[in-house]
Design a protein around this ligand. Structure first.
Ligand SMILES: [Zn+2]
Length: 232
């Protein structure tokens, strides 16, 4: 077990685990057009991992987990902790609490959407042993996403979010505190969860399917990681 992040960051040795949120069995949210979140996560996380590798982070690994929801969380944490990871980055796509869903018909099927909120968000846990590094990394990613012209999801501080309400740690770039989340609190490495955008929002779902948006997110993550390494 590693006690602290390395004093110096050597890009080829810096181990980033890019975690595909959810599993094929337990696929997360359903988009406004009834596509499972897992597929969105898999495509974007794969692109992020490829981009990081091509930019010199040769030790980057894509983590795909199977099985049911709760068990898969601990599987991914142990996979991350086995490999002396420096950063665990979990990739997800956002939805809304059920009470906000509205119905529409898509492709002949009764379907659900909410166009009320959009944007990405970043989460870190105070229970993570590398909270300060996690927060620093999340802010760097948020800054790069902002420079790509993207906006963050502001709703997490609102009462309407109920149990999904979170403290906003960085109001400029959209980093929230999510202490109890297993993949953030049980990982021994620095850990950040990225909700890349809302797939329950009908317009943003289409954006998340576009290579422009996917490239912007992957580019932002890679730029942030380079900046992090250069500062060490
Ligand atoms: Zn998710």
């Amino acid at each position: 077990m590693r006690a602290a992040a390395p004093a110096k960051c050597e890009m080829p040795k810096f181990r980033i685990v890019v975690d595909v949120g959810h599993t094929p069995d337990s696929y997360g949210a359903l988009s406004a057009r009834n596509d499972p979140e897992f597929g969105f996560n898999f495509r974007l996380a794969s692109l992020i991992a490829a981009k990081l590798k091509s930019e010199g982070f040769a030790a980057t690994r894509l983590l795909v987990t199977d099985g049911k929801a709760r068990a898969s969380l601990f599987k991914r944490v142990s996979a991350a902790n086995d490999g002396r990871t420096d950063l665990f980055l979990s990739v997800h796509h956002d939805s809304v609490p059920d009470k906000l869903l509205e119905s529409w018909e898509f492709d002949g099927a009764n379907s659900y959407f909410s166009d009320r909120f959009s944007g990405h968000s970043l989460f870190v846990s105070h229970q993570n042993p590398h909270f300060a590094t996690s927060l620093l990394l999340a802010r760097m990613i948020g800054r790069q996403l902002k420079e790509q012209g993207l906006h963050y999801a502001r709703q997490y501080t609102l009462p309407v979010m109920g149990r999904y309400r979170h403290q906003l740690l960085d109001k400029d770039v959209g980093v929230y505190r999510y202490d109890g989340l297993v993949v953030l609190s049980r990982t021994r490495s620095a850990a950040v969860l990225l909700e890349a955008g809302s797939i329950i929002n009908r317009d943003e779902e289409m954006e998340m399917n576009s290579s422009e948006r996917q490239d912007a997110v992957a580019g932002a993550v890679a730029a942030a990681m380079r900046e992090f390494c250069e500062r060490r």
